[in-house]
Design a protein around this ligand. Structure first.
Ligand code: BG6
Length: 460
């Protein structure tokens, strides 16, 4: 990777929610590490002055960035410029050019609603602000395969693929990247990581909170577009991919695409959609909404490694706990007795990867139970990491985009392959069942995995 480092950071939508919750804290963290050496230009419609923007930045860092470090904040304030204006008005791009000064390789981060992506991308192109620049955008990349392709055409009319960085913040989570380290950094796993030993794989993204003021957004998205098409399928790809061959970064993304292409789109009886009781009373939600706040899928991968191993994926709001967790269950050992003793302790071996809120990796094993009677029991051999030591995903991804490193960003063919899997499930094709808040979703979810097993419900 020999890409030159960016020499300016442009934040479109600097007065918005994403900037408030994630981007200011990340830029502040960069400044705290002494890594913020470039001008930061905020762009937004609001006619604020710099003082008001700085006050907003301070508030954001205090609330979401673990507190203001005055030295780092001073460094950020010194570099922060503001270019206000309507994105459809050419004058805003003139202001931006002026604010960019001598910078020749800016990164433009589009923290704006997807409907504005084309306007801004075209504005950047017309004004010359795209020359030598990179562009960073957030999922959702389109709302189906056709719109994802159309967005891509717009992007490519101005930027080449090397200059486009598509953020799926799950890829920036250390706990998610750790799946790769655990899989490919150890030699004990590979011999068993396949259909000969693995019984099934479960991925759960559970959230105890509801749509939290984002009712309007959720009405347009639903759980499948919001987190399944992107975050959860990325996790599945990392769990199921082949080891990349060669040092080339694209080899890694090639293998992820191959997994996504191997996934059969789930049939109607392999999907459960649910909506929590009370969702329809949320602000911005239609009183007769049929949008899902919960989805569970059974998926099959047509590949040599995974044939006949079901992958169960589940995501929902207002569930019993907030936790993101993977459970890989192994087949039972062939012999359950030895020396005249029963060896069956109930649960087969498993690997458990907890990816949020904290990080844990556990191996579920059978051991001799204490007490001298020869009974066995299940235990977990366990490793965990203090969440305080993890770098925030946005911090890491922003730094990577500025350094021109694509490894942790989604490539267009990945995005399209993921839409191909979920597209048949969109547009409310299956019924949506109501579920009680703080439950594990609609009762029908159990039927996806039974009778051979029951869902693994992560602990809170
Ligand atoms: C976002 C979704 O992409 O991911 C949210 O839009 C969801 O609805 C969030 O809550 C989950 O991310 P995390 O990092 O909190 O697990």
């Amino acid at each position: 990777m020999n890409a030159p480092h960016a020499d300016a950071l442009v934040l479109f939508g600097i007065t918005g929610d994403l900037a408030y919750k994630k981007i200011f804290p990340s830029v502040h963290a960069m400044a705290r590490r002494g890594e913020l050496a470039v001008p930061v230009v905020g762009v937004a419609r609001e006619g604020w002055d710099r003082e008001r923007l700085l006050a907003r930045a301070r508030e954001s860092i205090a609330e979401h960035g673990g507190g203001v470090d005055e030295r780092a904040f001073g460094a950020l304030a010194e570099r922060l410029r503001y270019a206000p204006g309507d994105y459809t008005d050419p004058a805003v791009y003139d202001r931006l050019r002026e604010a960019l000064g001598e910078a020749r390789r800016p990164v433009h981060y589009l923290a704006i609603p997807p409907s504005l992506f084309p306007v801004v991308v075209e504005g950047l192109g017309r004004s010359g602000c795209a020359r030598g620049a990179r562009v960073v955008l957030e999922k959702p990349f389109g709302r189906d395969l056709a719109s994802a392709r159309s967005l891509n055409r717009t992007l490519h009319s101005v930027f080449d693929e090397d200059s486009i960085f598509r953020i799926d913040h799950y890829l920036g989570k250390e706990t998610v990247q750790n799946i790769l380290y655990f899989r490919f950094g150890n030699s004990f796993l590979e011999p068993i990581w396949n259909r000969n030993y693995v019984e099934r794989v479960e991925v759960t993204l559970a959230e105890r909170f509801g749509v939290a003021g984002r009712g309007k957004f959720y009405e347009e998205a639903g759980a499948i577009r919001d987190v399944v098409q992107n975050h959860l399928l990325q996790v599945v790809a990392l769990l199921a991919m082949e080891p990349p061959v060669g040092p080339d970064m694209e080899a890694f993304r090639d293998e992820k695409v191959r997994v996504l292409k191997s996934i059969r789109p789930p049939a109607a009886n392999e999907v459960v959609r649910g909506q929590y009781a009370g969702y329809r009373a949320e602000r911005g939600v239609a009183p007769d909404s049929r949008v899902e706040t919960f989805a569970a899928l059974r998926m099959h991968l047509d590949s040599w490694r995974w044939q006949d191993v079901p992958f169960f994926v589940r995501a929902g709001k207002r569930l019993a706990v907030t936790a993101t967790e993977v459970l890989v269950t192994l087949k039972r050992p062939p012999q359950r007795r030895f020396s005249g003793r029963e060896f069956d302790s109930g649960a087969p071996n498993h690997f458990r990867f907890r990816m949020g809120p904290n990080m844990e990796i556990a191996l579920g094993a059978t051991v001799l139970a204490a007490g001298g009677r020869g009974a066995s029991e299940n235990v977990e051999l366990f490793a965990c990491r203090d969440p305080g030591r993890q770098v925030e995903p946005y911090d890491l991804l922003l730094g990577a985009a500025m350094a021109g490193d694509h490894l942790l960003f989604a490539r267009q063919d990945e995005v399209e392959a993921a839409w191909r899997i979920v597209e048949p499930l969109l547009e409310h094709s299956s019924p949506v069942a109501e579920y009680a808040p703080e439950s594990w979703g609609p009762a029908a979810t159990d039927a996806l995995i039974e009778p051979r097993a029951r869902w693994h419900d992560p602990k809170g």
